[in-house]
Ligand binder design. Structure first.
Ligand SMILES: [Zn+2]
Length: 301
């Protein structure tokens, strides 16, 4: 069997998929905590293997796809850098293949998410589109004619570290004012901490917002508005027909996406004189990266 594993800043998610096209679905999944950005490489790789083996549940693995946040090289061998993970110039694909004893394919998480949405989701009919994933940070992918555009070194689409506030908040990547400091799970937690004086994690804030809690809804509106403002810059640069949003923070749907649509319309140059692209949810939501990784493992054989 093939398994897809998504490695994010707070958790490692493994999925088993079945079916294809509109019938493609996640049939089982497992989640283990990410050991943390100060953990060793080996601890993170062990967590990836543990999640994959938990989904396999005793069945024989034939291939594993790994979706990683951060800078993955064009050949899918190395994770060069990720603000939220310990890997630095790490040969992650070969290490995991050795640890698991099966072929492994490695790609950037937002590229994997775009791969899943192209195959069976919100990008199926797209010619030129952008994919944004919002989790611990922001990932991005550029889609042209049914394929992910990878850039000169495989690292295109890292929109989360575009500076939106000069000398703004310090980012885990070492820079300041990065978009993801204002629009991410971490940003959501910070907005809530300022409002309440206590810490809640992203899923707790989402549960409150769904229950109608005013402060939690305002926190999603703040983060959503920043999402729209950032997307406005990307629309100016790329002129996409649609922007698909996935990742854990997007699981609240329109509580995030409606403020983003308003933020986009307000911040976009010439908004009244152009077609404003839709901001639509990823069909596979927070699981898109893991599903795309599983599909790539299947395609690799
Ligand atoms: Zn940054």
């Amino acid at each position: 069997m093939h398994v897809g594993v998504d490695v994010g800043g707070t958790k490692v998610l493994a999925v088993e998929i079945a079916g294809e096209g509109d019938g493609l679905e996640v049939v089982s999944s497992a989640q283990v905590p990410m050991p943390g950005r100060n953990a060793s490489d080996a601890e993170v790789e062990r967590a990836v293997a543990d999640a994959a083996l938990e989904v396999a549940a005793g069945r024989t693995l034939t291939g594993v796809g790994v979706s990683s946040a951060g800078l993955v090289d064009r050949e899918g061998e190395w994770v060069r850098f990720c603000a939220h993970l310990p890997w630095r110039d790490a040969p992650v694909r070969s290490r995991l293949a050795e640890l698991l004893g099966v072929p492994v394919v490695l790609d950037n998480d937002a590229n994997c998410a775009a791969y899943a949405e192209l195959a069976a989701g919100s990008l199926q009919d797209a010619t030129f589109a952008l994919m944004i994933t919002i989790g611990t940070g922001i990932g991005g992918a550029i889609v042209l004619d049914g394929r992910v555009v990878r850039g000169a070194n495989g690292m295109a689409g890292e929109f989360g570290h575009v500076q939106v506030v000069p000398d703004g908040l310090a980012c885990e990547c070492g820079l300041h004012g990065c978009w993801e400091q204002y629009c991410s799970g971490r940003a959501l937690e910070r907005v809530m901490r300022v409002a309440l004086g206590s810490h809640l994690d992203g899923p707790q804030v989402a549960a409150l917002a769904r229950d109608g809690d005013r402060i939690a809804r305002e926190a999603f509106a703040t983060v959503g508005t920043w999402l729209g403002v950032g997307i406005a810059g990307l629309v100016s640069a790329y002129d996409p027909e649609v922007v698909v949003v996935g990742g854990g923070v997007s699981a609240v749907g329109d509580l995030l996406l409606d403020p983003a649509r308003h933020g986009l319309a307000r911040a976009l140059q010439g908004a009244e004189h152009r077609t404003i692209p839709g901001i639509v949810p990823a069909r596979f939501g927070p699981e898109a990266g893991a599903v795309g990784a599983a599909l790539q493992a299947v395609a690799a054989g």
